[in-house]
Design a protein around this ligand. Structure first.
Ligand code: ZN
Length: 220
C-alpha cells in the first residue's frame, strides 16, 4: 500500500476515534494546519457530489436542509481555530514551533533533546500509547536517518525543510504515511535539513549506530 493510499483510512479511523493516540496526535497536528481546511473542504465537496449522485438514483426525493454544507464548513473552521487556541507555543528552533495539538499534549513539560550525531538531534515525547513513540527530529542538511524497518505504521509531518524517502520527497506541511513492513532510510534535504515529528511503532534497526539510536527511544 502506498503512503497516499494509507492516509484516507487513517483519517477515517481518526474521525471515528479509533486511531492509535500517538498516530492521532500527528494527524491532529497535520489537520490543525491551514491546509486542513482546504483538504476538509475538498472532502466535503466530494461527499456532496456522492450524496448528489445517490439522491439522483433514489426512487423518492429526499429533502436536505438549506445550508447544510455551509454549516459543515463553518464547523471545520471553528475546529481549526479551536485546535490552535490557548496553547503556549513550544519553540523547536529558529521560530519553528511544535504544532498546537502536540504542545497541548506536552502540557508544559520540556522537550529532552539528545544529539544523534552529525549535528542532528531528536527528542522523544512521553508515550501516549503502548508501543508507539512520538519523536521530534531535527536532522542536519544531507544527513540520513538510520536504515530501519517497522512493524507498525509510521506517520511523519514535516515542519521545516524536507526529506527524501526512496522516490518520494516531502516538504514542510506535508505528511507521509508508511505501512507496516516498510523498510527505508529517510534523508534530510541537502540544503535545508529537516525538522519533523513522527509517530512510529515497532522500529527495527540494524548496525551499531542505529542500535545506539534505538536506545534513545528506550531511555527517554
Ligand atoms: Zn520509518
Amino acid at each position: 500500500m502506498t503512503p497516499s493510499a494509507l492516509c484516507p483510512s487513517l483519517y477515517n479511523e481518526y474521525v471515528a476515534g479509533t486511531l492509535d493516540e500517538g498516530l492521532a496526535l500527528i494527524l491532529a497536528a497535520y489537520l490543525a494546519q491551514d491546509e486542513y481546511c482546504a483538504v476538509a473542504r475538498a472532502q466535503a465537496r466530494a461527499c456532496e457530489r456522492v450524496a448528489g449522485a445517490l439522491l439522483d438514483h433514489m426512487c423518492a426525493p429526499v429533502d436536505m436542509k438549506d445550508g447544510s454544507l455551509q454549516n459543515v464548513l463553518a464547523r471545520l473552521d471553528e475546529d481549526c481555530a479551536a485546535a490552535c487556541a490557548d496553547v503556549a507555543p513550544v519553540t523547536l528552533r529558529d521560530g519553528v514551533t511544535l504544532p498546537a495539538p502536540l504542545a497541548a499534549f506536552m502540557a508544559g513539560r520540556p522537550l529532552r533533546w539528545r544529539g544523534v550525531g552529525g549535528g542532528s538531534r531528536m527528542a522523544v515525547l512521553p508515550a501516549p500509547s503502548c508501543g508507539t513513540h512520538i519523536m521530534v527530529l531535527d536532522i542536519a542538511p544531507g544527513r540520513a536517518m538510520p536504515a530501519h524497518r517497522h512493524d507498525g505504521i509510521e506517520l511523519t509531518l514535516v515542519l521545516r525543510g524536507a526529506y527524501h524517502d526512496t522516490d518520494d520527497y516531502f516538504t514542510a506541511g506535508q505528511i507521509s504515511c508508511h505501512a507496516p513492513g516498510t523498510s527505508h532510510r529517510p534523508v534530510a534535504d541537502a540544503q535545508d535539513g529537516c525538522i519533523c515529528i513522527s509517530a512510529v511503532s515497532g522500529m527495527v534497526f540494524a548496525g551499531f549506530f542505529p542500535r545506539l539510536f534505538s536506545r534513545f527511544l528506550m531511555t527517554r
